[in-house]
Design a protein around this ligand. Structure first.
Ligand SMILES: CC(C)(COP(=O)(O)OP(=O)(O)OC[C@H]1O[C@@H](n2cnc3c(N)ncnc32)[C@H](O)[C@@H]1OP(=O)(O)O)[C@@H](O)C(=O)NCCC(=O)NCCS
Length: 185
């Protein structure tokens, strides 16, 4: 399974046409520059609000947290337990991230964040990850999204996820599933 996921892909920003690289996070060097780039994005208003505010208890996301995140995400690739991709621009700077949060082929959660400076990359990156997941044999990918997170609600639907009725992992979140296309069988 992991050999289908452990790929580097070139993807395009849908708005600018610029090329980016999507790669397993274990393929990048955990340098101070990279950790500062990740921390800067995680402190951007939307990313902080929807992904890190409660985790960081309202304090800024520190670069040390990025160091730990890269280490645990790289371990996820080594152990085959979870799969974080990082998206870098033409200069090698971090623009976005997308992950499959478990190796449960029957049903796994997908997540993502993106810098507002790279608007136009997330849908194509997340679509690329869903296609890798298809080839790896994931049957259902899901995402649970706060009803106020309008950009994520739009993004997930551009990625082919459908709104479904099921219990949310977080009470009050809207629930989206994407089934592996039959043609991949
Ligand atoms: C959710 C998030 C990743 C969405 O980022 P985004 O920049 O809006 O997403 P995209 O790059 O896919 O889309 C940006 C624009 O490009 C357009 N676009 C993207 N891909 C496209 C495509 N393949 N074809 C045509 N247009 C496209 C979109 O329509 C959108 O246009 P708009 O800004 O005029 O609405 C970002 O807001 C974010 O990181 N939020 C905080 C973290 C978060 O909420 N994570 C998810 C938790 S559930």
């Amino acid at each position: 399974m992991i050999e289908h996921l452990k790929k580097q892909l070139v993807i395009e920003n849908a708005l600018t046409g610029a090329e980016y690289r999507l790669q397993p996070i274990s393929d990048i060097q955990s340098t101070p520059e990279v950790c500062c780039q990740i921390a800067a994005i995680c402190n951007e208003a939307l990313v902080y609000r929807w992904c890190f505010q409660s985790l960081c208890k309202g304090d800024p996301y520190p670069p040390e947290m990025a160091v730990d995140w890269i280490a645990s995400a790289s371990e996820g690739w080594r152990l085959g337990t979870h799969f974080v991709y990082i998206i870098t621009d033409a200069y090698g700077e971090v623009a976005a991230a997308c992950d499959i949060k478990s190796a449960h082929l029957d049903r796994a959660e997908m997540g993502y964040w993106s810098s507002a400076s790279h608007r136009g990359i997330m849908t194509n990156a997340a679509r690329a990850v869903t296609h890798l997941a298809d080839t790896a044999g994931f049957q259902v990918l899901y995402a649970d999204i706060h009803p106020g997170n309008h950009r994520s609600l739009a993004c997930i639907q551009r990625c082919g996820f459908s709104k479904v009725e099921r219990e949310a992992t977080i009470v009050g979140h809207l629930t989206f599933d994407r089934h592996r296309p039959q043609r991949e069988d």
